[in-house]
Design a protein around this ligand. Structure first.
Ligand SMILES: Nc1ncnc2c1ncn2[C@@H]1O[C@H](COP(=O)(O)OP(=O)(O)OP(=O)(O)O)[C@@H](O)[C@H]1O
Ligand SMILES: [Mg+2]
Length: 250
């Protein structure tokens, strides 16, 4: 009961069923993977879990309490943080200011926000970026800053929407190590959305596969790797290119 969960969540957009009775749970300190082809409903589910999108049916619960009707900033204050597909930093602010204003927005004093922002950049290993303008960063650094900003206020759950998109193998490996530390050292429950299936299989002990808004498979990496349903779902999709990774021991 100390988890974050979607319980039979459905979302309909004017005739399109983006999610159909989806169940998913993330426990503190665990990393759950959410995969599926383009348009499967992954971001929509993250939007529902973070108050950006109301569920048409079903419930979202954190530690047994419903989050229905809460606005995104209220969900954030409860301890559920996210990153966005494609960053969304405050582009004109420096890196440290991006983190600091987030702390202030969460109700911290300016001094406490600065202290936490500095400690967070240090913890992630990007203290050297503190004074850089966020909008001018290479996107791999931008992603790490976005994760740092999401971790301000020590959320209990972190939802990452394609954090490794466009990264090299080495950058993705570094990101994997960071995500492991977020779960292991902070005890944060992580939901990881990724098209890089190899990264997900290497990092997650439980994976949920969506296709056309429905859960088509769940289980540990070995079940996902062997699943004909998963293989079939990825056929002909834009993520086809990641398919060989399914064979690789991550
Ligand atoms: N606000 C919206 N209004 C109408 N349709 C939407 C809206 N948001 C998403 N959709 C549709 O819902 C479906 C699921 O979209 P979603 O963005 O959740 O998929 P995704 O799995 O995140 O895809 P990707 O891997 O491309 O990011 C798609 O068909 C999409 O076009
Ligand atoms: Mg998406």
């Amino acid at each position: 009961m100390n988890d974050l969960r979607a319980d039979q969540v459905s979302v309909a957009f004017a005739g399109l069923k983006a999610l159909s009775r989806v169940d998913l749970a993330v426990a503190p300190g665990r990393i759950v993977g959410l995969i599926g082809p383009n348009g499967a409903g992954k971001t929509t589910l993250v939007n529902v879990l973070t108050g950006f999108q109301a569920a048409t049916e079903g419930a979202v619960l954190m530690e047994g309490q419903s989050l229905a009707g809460l606005k995104p900033h209220e969900v954030r204050r409860r301890g559920i943080a996210r990153t966005f597909q494609g960053g969304r930093l405050f582009r004109d602010l420096t890196v440290i200011d991006n983190l600091e204003v987030t702390g202030v927005g969460l109700g911290q004093s300016r001094a406490a926000s600065i202290a936490e922002a500095e400690a967070m950049l240090d913890w992630i290993g990007i203290a050297h970026l503190a004074g850089r303008i966020a909008g001018a960063l290479p996107y791999t650094d931008e992603r790490r800053v976005a994760i740092g900003r999401a971790l301000i206020g020590r959320p209990r759950f972190l939802l990452l929407d394609e954090p490794a998109a466009g990264m090299s193998a080495q950058e993705a490996a570094d990101l994997s190590a960071l995500i492991r530390r977020i779960a292991g050292e902070m005890g944060c429950g992580v939901l990881l959305i990724e098209h890089n299936v190899g990264l997900v299989l290497g990092l997650c002990d439980h994976i949920v596969v969506l296709d056309s808004g429905a859960v088509i498979e769940t289980g540990p990496p070995e079940v996902i790797r062997a699943s004909e349903k998963v293989r079939h779902a990825y056929m002909g999709s834009a993520a086809d290119i990641d398919l060989p990774v399914l064979e690789v021991e991550a």
